[in-house]
Design a protein. Sequence first.
Length: 281
Amino acid sequence: MITIYGCAAPNPKKISIFMEEAGLEYEYVSMSVHELDQKKPEFLAINPNGRFPAIIDHDAEGGPLTVWESGAILTYLAEKTGKFLPKDGHGRYETLQWVYWQVSHAPYLGNAHYYRLFTPKPRRLEIKRFTNESARLYRLMNKHLEERQWFAAGEFTIADISIYTWVQYHEWQGQDLADFPNVEAWFKRMGERPGVQKGSNVPYPIFEYKPSPNRDTEAVKAAIKYRLSHPSWAIPADKEDQAIAGTSQKEYEKAKKRLQMLAKMPWLFDVLSMLSPRRKN
């Protein structure tokens, strides 16, 4: 028996999808980020980093084993079961490459969520930066999937599981899958898999907000819908990568000239710092 500690967020859903696809028995402990369950001593004893998901494999060789971080958990489960990760060769490392790519780039997508939906006031520079970076990641995925059904090894792997739960939130990231037809076709294939469908609904369906005693589900949905359509937050991505994410080419050229000037006259840094208003703590 494996115990999963998680919530209805992209990373924990990776683990429930794996378990359903692999046909494994598990116990799911649903926790609430709104009640800060991840910061309570009993959970920090399991994962000192205070993030979901974490698992305890009660039947591990040598006694119960705790694993946290979604990429590490997926790799452990794949090796334990012999499923969804080639044992060796090119396919194995291609799969791990895409898993590591996803976990290292998830913060860009998460920041797109945050600045587009959850800040009290719109912050255009941050919205533009992370929406642009999200678009770059989608363009990369779309290019990679041009002649592929799956992300790695020519088969369904933990790479697909890892990426899928974040692509589910593409609208929050300011991305339209119609702009990325290969990603859209892959996303549809993933959504047709029974294990993916069932695992995506653990602990409850996506875009539901049930274990939030201080939040009304319908009110949250209405607020998100409002943000997704409001021009102050729903800022589109640039169609092409910019030299610096979040800036226009004209702004970039202006910034570059300033840096070149400062490089020739470093004393200007001191002058500018004295002229800049000091921030109050």
